[in-house]
Ligand binder design. Sequence first.
Ligand code: NIG
Ligand code: FE
Length: 382
Amino acid sequence: MAALLVTNIGQLVTWDDEQPIRETAALVVDGGRITWVGSSSVTPLADERLDVGGATVVPGFVDSHTHLVFGGDRSEEFEARLAGKPYAAGGIRNTVAATRALPTPQLRLRATRLAAEALRSGTTTLEIKSGYGLTVEDELRSLEVAATLTPHRTFLGAHVVPEGTDASSYVDLVRGPMLDAVAGVATAIDAFCEDGAFDEDQCRAVLTAGAGRGLAMHLHANQLRPGPGVQLAASLGALSADHCTHVTDEDVTALRDAAVVAVLVPAAEFSTRSAYAPARRLLDAGVTVALATDCNPGTSFTTSMSFVIALACRELGMAPLDALRAATVGGAAALAQRDVGHLRVGARADFVVLDAPSYVHLAYRPGVDLVRHVVRAGEVVR
Ligand code: NIG
Ligand code: FE
């Protein structure tokens, strides 16, 4: 692969310790990696040159929490919510039925379209969960679809108890035969710790079984009300506790002390018309925060990290710089992938060229497609 010089960058966000943001900058990409970062007045040797005319360059977004393998949609449920009906975990079963009914080629096509939509909007690293199959075959099928799209594949067999079974036999299935079937395809395990889904002991049993098979742990925690999820994630040493909408001061301290990433998903709160997560309390306490879309048909049908950033600034009280950090290097921490989410020398060359004079415009111009180019592993994909 020939070396590419990207020059005339008006503002470059690298997250370098000394100089996280540079003005009038340039960078060189070689072999899919960043090999040089400096001033655009210097001209290092390169085979090709891309002049971005003063545009802003930020690291590609890292969306560390999505559920984008599913059939059907739940627009009627959304519409009912707008008329005042509250969200409940049980709606997941409608998507389970629609997902099981969909032949694999269609399931793959739909997920592929959503992943392409995410990439076009600047998401260069994507996590995908299963959780709408809930049988051995259907969970495996979902994870095999995810495997065609991303290296970050999370087994969420413990999403809800499917119809026709009881919680305790279903948990035995999830941590037994289902885990056996998916352990070679999944890279992580997750569970939905919530009234109406799984309790603390059930989630612990599922996550420890997954960890025993070498899977990283995530947990849907404290989404709909306060509960034991965050503390459980911390005690198990999970990579992340996701949602964290209803957290006590003890929960916040536990996240910080156990270095568990709080993955916040404000688009879910937007769509379910719920209170937003206390991002400021988490940040002020020193917790690592990530922002993700939670893309799924029930609570958050969006792939747009720009939208999530705008919400985080307006509704979670995050400064634009904090929000961009959470949407890039924060997401990378939630996935334990250290070579993405930043643009220091050695990073994977994943970045977004924005038609804007500064990264602030991501929140300042909500709903506007500012993405001019997306580069993934050194390849211009948009
Ligand atoms: O992250 N909370 C659990 N899972 C999804 C919602 C799933 C659904 O309603 O289909 C979430 O919000
Ligand atoms: Fe989720």
